[in-house]
Design a binder for this molecule. Structure first.
Ligand code: FAD
Length: 516
């Protein structure tokens, strides 16, 4: 049995943000996730720190929030942010009258925006459609969410908090009208563990309705909105490029580390674990890419993935905001809403607004506990971001240069050296190669693990972290997971790559008959 002040269920950006905020205010915290941190929607999103431009016309409140939080994330989480800047461009496919409404919307909502000459935009991004008629600069940025979430987690641990990935909440404990904690199941060992908490926060995104049901609370309905994204092999653009039109499918390309990502769609689904990818969605997304960057389809598509938006709809009849499906965030104080104290739900919103969501949630925690403590997350830098330097694509080259002659390379695509890989394995105390992938980007380049994953498996085995059977399972699990994102875009160079990987793994390694 663990005892704590605040138990946070859900280790995405929101949950990690809540736990960090509570830890900074001096509360003892326990943060749990059923999988790894950042493996829900936060690890399956588009990678964009919104400037607010996207919402400037359609949703002015969201635009204002994003503009404000964008400035804060750039400071407190600098290490995870690449300052790419953003462009909104009017392509021949867009309504030309939108541009003036866009500029007015940015002005009204405080989104920094400057119209620039089309020639300057094309100088900045030479691959852009030559038919562009207007261009605006905004402070969009891209973010490595795993760096950010683990930066928050390390800060929580430094302040005595406990972070428990692979711990699923399977029951919420109640003492009459009060939630008193939860029962967790370690998904690796199947062991169960009770956590007693003064207050329990569900930050479980698209799964929030299920957690509320565990607490015996009805009507927390989160509609999962599934969206696909496709990573292309190169930085086809170095700036976040948005079409200047009302938000729609496939209208943004985000440069994220070594790739550029086009997205997204929004399809209603009933299951937050639904990761269906339809071929027609992929085809349409590639066509959308052509509209911004002609020749887009000829580039090498690396991978497709989906995420689910938590869209909150309050179905409780007595609620003040009934039947309101919203992209804004929703903080539910279940004491006020359902007469159940010691329990809060925070869901919806955007990754860009995670800190604001956390601040409002911990304010409500303080209120329920009757202890006023000030929030400092707008100024306190998270671990790794102390010196305020942004992430640069060239960082990995300079790091590699330092150990060029005395360290082996494990992953050529992402320039991961052996020492760094071994450090990550020790630090994470994880034998799951997918966890290491999220930290180091192992296997996320063009070969999708084809050349590095057997080396990585051998090294983890050599460190005596796993036995032969676990090594085989780990390798196969990684390959299966990678395959899910590759098959829908099998054409051109990526098809050739997959054939080569197939020869390596089936022909040379005979992965179907590994030692068990
Ligand atoms: C396709 C797509 C693109 C997007 N692009 C952007 C973008 O570019 N910029 C932006 O700002 N926002 C974007 N968003 C929105 C943003 O990604 C989400 O709003 C945000 O990541 C939600 O974070 P979260 O922490 O609330 O939820 P999640 O990251 O989903 O975290 C919830 C966690 O709860 C855990 N959990 C569930 N059940 C249990 C249980 N029983 N026990 C323990 N843990 C449990 C899950 O494993 C999960 O990790 C996008 C969303 C989608 C779908």
């Amino acid at each position: 049995m663990l005892s704590t002040d605040v138990l946070v269920i859900g280790g995405g950006a929101t949950g990690a943000g809540v736990a960090w905020d509570a830890a900074l205010r001096g509360f003892d915290v326990v943060l749990v996730d059923r999988h790894d941190l950042g493996s829900g929607t936060s690890g399956r999103f588009h990678g964009l720190v919104h400037s607010g431009g996207r919402y400037a016309v359609k949703d002015p409140d969201a635009a204002e929030e994003c503009a404000h939080e964008n400035g804060i994330i750039r400071t407190v989480a600098a290490e995870a942010v690449e300052d790419t800047g953003g462009l909104f461009v009017t392509t021949p496919f867009d309504d030309p009258s939108y541009a003036d409404r866009f500029a007015a919307g940015c002005k009204a909502t405080g989104v920094p925006c400057e119209e620039i000459e089309v020639a300057d935009a094309r100088r900045l991004e030479p691959r852009l459609n030559s038919g562009i008629s207007r261009a605006f600069r905004v402070p969009d940025a891209s973010v490595d969410v795993w760096k950010m979430v683990w930066g928050l987690a390390r800060g929580i641990q430094d302040r005595g908090g406990r972070v428990l990935p692979y711990h699923e909440a399977i029951a919420i404990h109640r003492d009459g009208d009060r939630v008193t904690g939860a029962r967790l199941r370690n998904t690796g060992t199947d062991e169960e563990l009770d956590v007693e908490a003064r207050i329990t926060v569900s930050a479980s995104g698209a799964w929030a309705g299920r957690i509320a049901e565990l607490a015996g609370i009805e009507g927390v309905h989160v509609m999962p909105g599934r969206g696909i994204m496709i990573a292309m092999n190169h930085r086809l653009v170095n700036t976040v490029v948005n079409r200047c039109q009302m938000p729609t499918d496939g209208d943004i390309i985000v440069p994220v580390r070594t790739v550029s990502v086009i997205g997204t769609t929004d399809v209603h689904t009933d299951d937050p674990d639904d990761h269906t990818v339809l071929q027609e969605e992929v085809d349409a997304m590639l066509e959308d890419g052509e509209r911004l960057v002609p020749g887009f389809k000829q580039a090498r598509a690396l991978r497709v993935w989906t995420g689910v938006r938590p869209l909150f709809e309050d179905r409780k009849e007595s609620s003040e905001s009934t039947r309101d499906v919203t992209r804004a965030h929703a903080l539910l104080d279940h004491d006020k809403r359902d007469g159940v104290s010691g329990f809060l739900t925070i869901t919806g919103g955007k990754l860009t607004t995670y800190r604001l969501m956390a601040e409002e949630t911990v304010d409500a925690v303080c209120k329920q506990l009757g202890e006023q403590r000030a929030c400092t997350t707008a100024t306190e830098r998270i671990n790794g971001s102390e010196n305020g330097d942004y992430l640069h694509l060239s960082d990995r080259f300079s790091r590699r240069e330092q150990g060029l002659l005395d360290d082996q390379l494990v992953c050529e695509c992402e320039l991961i050296a052996r020492r760094r890989f071994e450090d990550a394995v020790r630090r994470r105390a994880s034998i799951n190669l997918d966890d290491i992938r999220r930290i180091l980007r192992l296997g996320m380049g063009p070969c999708q693990g084809g050349f590095c994953i057997y080396r990585a498996t051998g090294i983890v085995h050599g460190l005596e972290r796993i036995d032969a059977a676990q090594a085989s399972d780990s390798l196969l699990a990684f390959l299966r997971e990678r395959w899910k994102g590759v098959w829908p875009i099998l054409y051109g160079d990526q098809l050739r790559q997959v054939r080569l990987d197939d020869w390596i793994f089936q022909g040379i390694l005979d992965v179907g008959h590994l030692p068990s």
